[in-house]
Design a protein around this ligand. Structure first.
Ligand code: SAJ
Length: 453
């Protein structure tokens, strides 16, 4: 039986041994779904602490419980390991390693290259390789296919190669790895057929496309779409501030349109592991074709300008109270990059913090999820405890992350000036609450209009 038929049979009868390379917020949930799909899974990660934690039945990923890890271990089919040589006994491997940006905002594909080097070292004929890391169109071909073919292996014959973008949204209560449709593109028809066959046993819906490039580009389209639309809303906020119009009310009104509109919201900037990075992968690759994506560049510059705008708005408000930023005591409410999670990656709050410090303010923060971070000076900054009497002593509070656990009414009743960058205090009218995208002078004569729910 040929390698294709052999692998097809092993996928069908669940005797295939599957590797997941990289056990982070993408790889660990995928490993869990693969075990649930009936396969034996080798979870491979270079971080000994992660592997030891999993072996002890402990999860370190927000959306995977300890109980789930224990259940996986109890099947006898989950093998966390730091030993890459297990690749020699695998039939398929999914690569779920980070794809960050370099300091000068270029793609950093070093983790993919390291993973491919391990594959080359422990290569097994007939292996189905699926790259999941978000990356620029052409990566699967350039960094995996061509590298393995230089060793004499032929894609579609000696190994099978796919790209299937991860769509994990940590903390999303509705969409998980299992019920989020999975796009997949293969180097040859046999590649995409085998990849589709395997993933259909792991997730609810698989969407085959004609090539890895289409799959790679689809993921970047998804997230660049968000970055551009968020940037547009940020520009609308800056415009409304100038024009003395309440941008939040404008968006609420526009959102009553039942077709042809999709609300996004202004904020203090964009954070996370996807939206600030993914568009940069796309614009970098496009430049190689002498194509300069104006949308991506403009969106990035607008989004990156928002922390400065928050500083400007705070200066305006302190000025109303005849206070200078220098020596003012400012409390940042929420530091995580989005509500109800502890993830600080690329959080705009970190940039706002640094701007306040640079302007001589004494800055603290309170975040019930993100408990500490290291500032640019290399110091560990810890969240202060939730103490409303202490909150009352600040010159102003700047709401960066609208965690659902915050008691906005109680915070408003403190009487401390608030700069609300998320419209979190919506519905709480008070002359000391100022919003991103609203002119400070507008506050004193804001007309109270309630829109239909
Ligand atoms: N943001 C705004 N205004 C908005 C939406 C978001 O300022 O209208 C900010 C957020 O505060 C955050 C940043 O943008 O700082 C990114 O927010 P996000 O909602 O896009 O959340 P992420 O970064 O966790 O994006 C992930 C993505 N998932 C994957 O890439 C697999 C994205 O595709 C999802 O659409 C998004 O989650 C989601 O919908 O939650």
């Amino acid at each position: 039986m040929g390698r294709y038929e052999d692998l097809k049979q092993k996928i069908a009868d669940k005797t295939a041994k599957i590797g997941v390379l990289g056990l982070g917020y993408v790889g660990l949930p995928l490993a869990v779904e693969t075990i649930k799909g009936g396969y034996t899974v080798y979870g491979i990660d270079l971080a000994t602490n992660k592997v030891e934690s999993l072996k002890a039945g402990k999860s370190y990923v927000q959306d995977v419980s300890d109980e789930t890890i224990r259940q996986c271990l109890n099947t006898g089919r989950f093998h966390p390991t730091t030993d890459y040589s297990v690749i020699r006994q695998l039939d398929a491997v999914s690569i779920c390693v980070p794809t960050p940006l370099s300091p000068n905002q270029d793609p950093d594909t070093s983790y993919i290259v390291s993973a491919v080097n391990e594959l080359k070292t422990h290569m097994k004929q007939g292996l189905l390789i699926t790259l999941e890391s978000t990356t620029y169109p052409g990566t699967t071909e350039e960094l995996i296919q061509w590298d393995l073919e230089k060793l004499g292996y032929q894609a579609g014959t000696d190994f099978f190669l796919c790209y299937s973008p991860e769509r994990v949204d940590p903390g999303n209560p509705r969409f998980s790895t299992f019920n989020t449709p999975k796009v997949i593109g293969g180097t040859t028809d046999k590649c995409v057929e085998l990849g589709t066959l395997l993933y259909r046993n792991l997730v609810e819906t698989v969407v085959p496309v004609s090539s890895p490039k289409v799959a790679e580009m689809s993921k970047l389209l998804e997230n660049t779409f968000r970055s551009v639309n968020i940037a547009f809303m940020n520009e609308m906020a800056l415009m409304c501030d100038k024009m003395g119009i309440n941008v939040w009310e404008v968006i609420k009104a526009a959102s009553t349109k039942p077709f042809g509109f999709m609300p996004f919201y202004p904020g203090p900037g964009i954070g996370g592991h996807c939206i600030p990075l993914d568009p940069m992968y796309l614009s970098w690759k496009a430049k190689g074709f002498r194509f300069h994506s104006k949308f991506i560049e403009i969106a990035q510059s607008i989004n990156d300008s928002m922390p400065e705008y928050v500083l400007h708005k705070t200066v305006e408000v302190l000025n109303l109270y005849a206070k200078s930023t220098k020596n003012s005591r400012i409390l940042i409410l929420g530091m995580a990059y989005k509500p109800d999670i502890d993830d600080l990656r690329e959080s705009p709050g970190l940039e706002v913090y640094e701007l306040f410090v640079k302007n001589g303010a004494k800055v603290d923060y309170y975040d019930p999820h993100a408990r500490k971070f290291v500032n640019k000076a290399g110091e560990i900054v810890e969240s202060i405890p939730c103490d409303f009497e202490q909150f009352r002593t600040y010159d102003c509070m700047v709401l960066i992350t609208n965690h659902s656990s915050f008691d906005y009414r109680k915070l408003a009743d403190l009487g401390v000036a608030v700069i609300d960058t998320r419209n979190a205090f919506d519905g709480i009218e008070a002359s000391h609450i100022f919003k991103l995208g609203m002119a400070v002078t507008l506050q004193q004569r804001e007309v109270k209009v309630t829109l239909p729910a």
